[in-house]
Design a binder for this molecule. Structure first.
Ligand code: URA
Length: 209
């Protein structure tokens, strides 16, 4: 049995459901084992429809507890970037390729683990459903996991960031680094890395404005 077969709650492509219904179904998703240790499904949030969809990797520790995407340290970086670009986050739909927090317990801490290809694939019906409902003109994938989900495993964010990528997901699809990458690089190159992400986002937004 594949992971897809184990997903009784995954939406069918021809389902005619509202965002609320899909979100509700996602709360019960058992398509991969990540639901078990996680606190809850963290679905996307924002207006439906929306002109722009930002796609991250997966909820982190704080998102898992809050039930909302990008409310922890990576969210602070994203919020700073959007403020620098004078873009209202409330106008964007923000989501993740994987809807449950994958972590390894270490003492009292929960250490982020990158979702594997099967987990990304198991979650794919949800991002597909979000795309169908939100119908964004622009999709920005942030980081390798989001790129893997929507652009395939051969896509390289390091080489193909900040430019439109051929894709059927939206009129314009672009990629940039994940906001948490800004926090992981050495302090000496942190601002430069941040500026690169902001430049990618600026170029992406310009393609649809
Ligand atoms: N990292 C992500 O990719 N998404 C979140 O929601 C938080 C951290």
């Amino acid at each position: 049995m594949t992971l897809f077969d184990e997903a009784p709650d995954a939406p069918e492509p021809d389902d005619d459901q509202s965002w609320d219904q899909v979100r509700h179904r996602a709360t019960r998703c058992r398509a991969c084992p990540l639901w078990q240790p996680a606190t809850q499904t963290v679905f996307g949030e924002g207006p439906v429809p929306a002109q722009v969809m930002l796609v991250g990797e997966q909820p982190g520790d704080q998102e898992d507890k809050a039930g909302r995407p990008f409310v922890g340290p990576a969210g602070e970086i994203l919020d700073r970037a959007l403020a620098d670009l004078d873009v209202d986050r409330g106008a964007l739909y923000v989501t993740n390729a994987v809807k449950h927090f994958k972590f390894e317990p270490r003492g009292k801490r929960r250490i982020h683990q990158t979702p594997n290809a099967g987990e990304v694939q198991a979650c794919h019906p949800w991002i597909t459903a979000e795309l169908a409902l939100v119908r964004p003109r622009l999709v920005v994938v942030m980081g390798a996991t989001a790129a893997r989900s929507l652009l395939g495993s051969k896509f390289r964010v390091t080489k193909q960031h900040g430019v439109a990528v051929p894709s059927l997901h939206a009129e314009v699809v672009t990629a940039t680094i994940h906001p948490s990458a800004v926090l992981r690089v050495p302090p000496a190159v942190r601002e430069q890395t941040y500026d690169g992400m902001v430049a990618d986002l600026r170029a992406s937004f310009a393609l649809v404005s």
